[in-house]
Ligand binder design. Structure first.
Ligand code: AMP
Ligand code: ZN
Length: 112
């Protein structure tokens, strides 16, 4: 999608600090980290949010979770939080599906 920030990051048109990449997904450090470790994992295919996951694109979501689990293990993260905001009221600011992975500090519940 030409006007999508994260599609531009995937295309290399906007710089990012890569954590991991494969054919299906891309992981990079959040530009405004909310925890000592805070990276995002996104599908290379443009999907607007969790609300647009269906039978045709579900495989990439499962794949992203295997990537998150593997990266967390490799990075020695014993406790972490995975978050995906859907829609404006929930705080979604970039309308390309992404999973925040946050770790390295005490976290509260419920989230703000
Ligand atoms: P959300 O608000 O849940 O849609 O998350 C979007 C996230 O993207 C925020 O945590 C931003 O800090 C992050 N972000 C925005 N622009 C960039 C960028 N150029 N590089 C890395 N992260 C970004
Ligand atoms: Zn996109």
């Amino acid at each position: 999608m030409s006007d999508c920030l994260f599609c531009k990051i995937i295309a290399g048109e906007i710089p990012s600090r890569k954590v991991y990449e494969d054919d299906l997904c891309y992981a990079f450090h959040d530009i405004d980290p909310q925890a000592p470790t805070h990276f995002l994992v996104i599908p290379k295919e443009h999907i607007q949010s969790v609300s647009q996951v269906d039978e045709n694109n579900q495989a990439v979501v499962g794949h992203i979770f295997t990537v998150i689990a593997r990266l967390a293990g490799e990075m020695g993260m014993e406790s972490y939080r995975v978050v995906s905001n859907i829609g404006d009221q929930a705080g979604q600011s970039v309308h390309h599906l992404h999973f925040h992975v946050l770790s390295g500090r005490d976290m509260t519940w419920p989230p703000g």
